[in-house]
Ligand binder design. Structure first.
Ligand SMILES: Cc1cccc(C(=O)O)c1OC(=O)C1CC1
Ligand SMILES: [Zn+2]
Length: 311
């Protein structure tokens, strides 16, 4: 009795129906899509068995599994269609997602091999797998790992986090917010790239920084990797959308050019220990490669990094 590919239908965390590739196997369904790279597979961590076979009714009922699976497929497709990249390693590495990790865990993670999602405690977060930008953020940590592999501490760590947010916002393309649909505490989002200071960062109890002069210099959060990421996030937002920031005017060039500039900088120029200043140079170089050294794109990059105080 072999498995065969099927198009299945399921219902997400918020009751939204969605369609995805899966497999029928021994009279049951399993969330194993073999049409993308070496596969996209989602399993229920409570059972702890990898490639857990969801019986057809459990799959339909498990909103986190449905969302994690569909969101991983969407993120795989984004990297393939936008950059021709075949999964996190550009060699079709299987994308594994585990849901119901921990006990009401208010986190999501990439552990170097797979994505994991907590159910949230219903006070801070809803089940985190429901966030398309969350899945894209986690998978993008995998892409960073297989490219510049930015050290997860200090400024290089803030860039690691920022790349995960940038591509998260490019996959979940309707806004510049991160986690906006999984917040249970009434806040706008987990982070805002458009105006980081819209949100208070819980460790520092201060607004997220939108300028290098406001960077966090303490030791919490691996030296503020989830805090100072907002400085680079703001720069990316300005490159795409434009705006005036600390008296610096930026003429935006749109999402399509912005994502190409960041992908090229990440995959070609940045290294493990790159800092914000090197990020500026890498983005200028990438923009010049792609659109010309005297292009609007190069001007936007220079303006945006000046606007957030990075030279
Ligand atoms: C919720 C959460 C807590 C701690 C680390 C991460 C992390 O993955 O860095 C995390 O997930 C996110 O930031 C995703 C984007 C919402
Ligand atoms: Zn992250």
């Amino acid at each position: 009795n072999t498995a065969h590919d099927v198009t299945a239908f399921g219902t997400g965390v918020f009751g939204d129906r969605k369609m995805f590739e899966a497999q029928a196997y021994e009279g049951k369904f399993r969330l194993f899509d073999v049409t993308r790279g070496d596969g996209v597979v989602t399993y229920d961590n409570t059972t702890g068995t990898n490639l857990d076979v969801f019986s057809i009714n459990k799959m339909f009922k498990d909103g986190s599994a449905v969302d994690a699976h569909a969101n991983a497929q969407k993120t795989y497709d984004y990297y393939q269609d936008t950059f021709g990249r075949d999964s996190v390693d550009d060699n079709g590495q299987i994308l594994i997602s585990a849901v119901h990790v921990g006990n009401n865990w208010n986190n999501a993670s990439w552990n170097g091999r797979q994505m994991s999602y907590g159910d949230g405690d219903g006070l801070r977060f809803h089940p985190l797998a429901a966030g398309l930008d969350v899945a894209a953020h986690e998978m993008s940590h995998g892409v960073v790992q297989h490219t510049a592999n930015l050290i997860y501490r200090g400024e290089s760590g803030a860039l690691n986090e920022s790349f995960a947010d940038i591509f998260g916002a490019m996959v979940d393309r309707d806004d510049w917010l991160i986690g906006e649909n999984i917040m249970a505490d009434g806040t706008l989002a987990l982070r805002s790239m458009e105006d980081p200071t819209d949100l208070i960062e819980r460790r520092t109890e201060a607004p997220y920084p939108d300028h290098w002069s406001k960077r966090y210099t303490g030791t919490l959060d691996n030296g503020g990797v989830h805090i100072n990421s907002s400085i680079n996030n703001k720069a990316a937002y300005l490159i795409s959308e434009g705006g005036e920031h600390f008296d610096v005017a930026v003429n935006g060039i749109g999402r399509d050019k912005t994502e190409q500039i960041y992908y090229r900088a990440l995959s070609l120029y940045l290294t493990r220990s790159s800092d914000f200043s090197m990020m500026r140079e890498a983005a200028i170089q990438a923009a010049g490669d792609l659109y010309g050294s005297d292009s609007d794109a190069v001007a936007a990059v220079e303006q945006a990094y000046s606007a957030v105080g990075v030279y």
